[in-house]
Design a protein around this ligand. Sequence first.
Ligand SMILES: *Cc1c(COP(=O)(O)O)cnc(C)c1O
Length: 371
Amino acid sequence: MQFIDLAKQQSLIKTNLDKRIQEVLAHGQYIMGPEIKEMEAQLAEYVGVKHCVSCSSGTDALLMPLMAWGVGPGDAIFTTPFTFIATAEVIQLLGATPVFVDIDPRTYNISAELLDIAINQVIEQGELNPKVIIPVDLFGLPADYAALELISKKYDLKLLEDAAQGFGGQIGNRKAGSFGDAASTSFFPAKPLGCYGDGGAIFTDDDELYETLLSIRVHGQGGDKYDNVRIGINGRMDTLQAAVVLEKFTLFPSEIKLRNQVAAQYNALLSDRVVTPEVKDGFTSVWAQYSILAKDASDRASLQAKLKDADIPTAVYYPIPLHQQTAFNHLGHQTGDFPVSEEMSQRIFSLPMHPYLETADIEKICGIING
Ligand SMILES: *Cc1c(COP(=O)(O)O)cnc(C)c1O
């Protein structure tokens, strides 16, 4: 059994995918070819925002808006320690300070209540300048944007949605990628909408930010090709990868439904032996991961071992919260600083999840876990 089955998906679109790739080989515009604009237009319309700026990865999709907002030394950027390294890495890369805020134990997303407290602490301490909040739509579930947007307005902070896992999720009729001042996503192959390499995109309604992102994406270019007006990066996405996304995107709406059916089957079949994920009323997850909680670390290890014996792969996202990782030692955090993230990192693990997972496989997995 596979953790994520990309071969099945490819077999469904193979003919058109080959055609798309051949078209790129024929026109030869490997950088910023027509597929780039075509993909950006389709994705912006899907998300319901004015602008989509494709870029080289989900990491650069986080980095570029922070660069556009002038984030640097002395700035406090609030985010969760229970995420992939990229979310906080880009903050540090710009010389700003990641200020971690613990998560809600049921959604694994940043706690709005604790965020408010953390912002107040930074203001009281008076050393750092609060600037941006980066909530993460972990495992495909959008964060609590009703509360987060209120907080960002209250303190006049930018809100950057990390939708690398959340693209395809919703709150009511609003799509992930439309929350806050800008949103970032990733087309890494294992994400809900992936390409066959690295790629990413930024979404925003802000015209000025859009123009700045276009410049940052190409080395800070200005009107004159040889007079660069700011420091940027080589942040472009390949035309070939946009062609892949365009073809995969034709399946995406049906795949979101299928992912939700798989999750519903897991929810129905798994017993109280484990804690299943919670999706609050009005929220739709895209199920980038289906993650459950064991009783404790040793219970998790034994469940993972039993599944492995039956040739069923599992994974742990995330075994070490960011504040406990070596790269962030300099922040001076200690065990106990973010107790919810720490506990989840001991108990959580993810089961195979993709749109084409068969009912028989789901039954087998649940049978083994229920014991
Ligand atoms: C995957 C991921 C990223 C980074 O995306 P890449 O395309 O791999 O650079 C950022 N944030 C989160 C939450 C992710 O899961």
